[in-house]
Structure formats: structure tokens, C-alpha cells
Design a protein around this ligand. Structure first.
Ligand code: DQA
Length: 144
């Protein structure tokens, strides 16, 4: 089981970025937690972050045939990016949408996810734990 974690804009600032909304755990610490749990589940983890929309599109395209599942925190691009949605739909690699905060409990512009209709499901509001819940979902989902 090969799982590709993709993180979008500003998630490199986790730990110091609006901690009341996103917590104090850094992205490197989240990555370490995911790798630890991934090892227990015998899953291979690739973990990336970029602030660039096109780079996310490239990584999603490249995932075809290389990864069994994508876990995507597209951050603000969740709410704006038709390009990301089209990439997910095109490659057909099962993709799980995640967020640290509960986007539905926040500003109205965050209630709409352009990628949700082409994802397997959405995990939102569990802080860093969202990343681990997605790992369980990816692994169990693959077992059918
Ligand atoms: C986020 C929620 C988005 O609305 C926001 O733009 C982010 C982070 C989250 O993980 O809670 O950057 O994806």
C-alpha cells in the first residue's frame, strides 16, 4: 500500500500559523506521526508540501500507477481550484480530502469544496488527527 500525502499552501507554517485554528503541531511532527502509523500498517508513505497549485496538479498526475491512494489537504485551493478537481478526476487514484479545522464551522467561503465530489470522502475538523484518520481510511478502503 503506497500512500501519497499532499499538502497545499501555508501548511508549511503549521505550528505558528493561527494556532487557535490549526493547533501547535508542525507539519514535520504530523509527518512523523503519519510515518510511524504507516510503518505499523505496512504502508509506504510519501509526504510533500507546496505553495503552488500547479505543483499539486503535477504530483496528482504523477501519482497514477505509483500510489494506491492520495491524502490531500489542498488548504485554500480546496475552495477555488477546478484544476485540482480535474486532476483528481482524470487520474482516478482514490483521494481522501482532509482538513485540520472543521471547514463547515468556519466562514461560508470554506463550506464549498470543489474537490469533494471527486474524492472518496472528507475528513475535517480533527486537527493533526485528521491525517491519521485518513491513513486508516486509505488502508481499510483498499481492502474493500
Ligand atoms: C485547511 C482549511 C482551509 O480552509 C484553509 O484554507 C487552510 C487549511 C485546514 O486544514 O483546516 O489553509 O485546509
Amino acid at each position: 500500500m503506497r500512500i501519497l500525502y499532499l499538502n497545499g499552501p501555508n501548511l508549511n507554517l503549521l505550528g505558528t500559523r493561527e494556532p487557535e485554528k490549526y493547533g501547535r503541531t508542525t507539519l514535520a511532527e504530523i509527518e512523523a506521526q503519519v510515518r510511524k502509523r504507516g510503518a505499523e500498517l505496512h504502508a509506504t508513505i510519501e509526504f510533500r508540501q507546496t505553495n503552488l497549485e500547479g505543483e499539486l496538479v503535477n504530483w496528482i498526475q504523477e501519482a497514477k500507477g505509483k500510489f494506491d491512494s492520495i491524502v490531500l489537504n489542498a488548504a485554500a485551493y480546496t475552495h477555488t481550484s477546478i484544476a485540482l478537481r480535474d486532476a483528481i478526476a482524470a487520474v482516478q487514484v482514490p483521494t481522501i480530502e482532509i482538513h485540520l479545522s472543521n471547514v463547515h464551522a468556519r466562514e461560508e467561503f470554506r463550506h464549498k469544496s470543489l474537490i469533494a465530489p471527486v474524492c472518496r470522502g472528507q475528513i475535517t475538523g480533527f486537527g493533526a488527527q485528521s491525517y491519521l484518520l485518513a491513513l486508516d481510511a486509505a488502508v481499510s478502503g483498499n481492502q474493500g
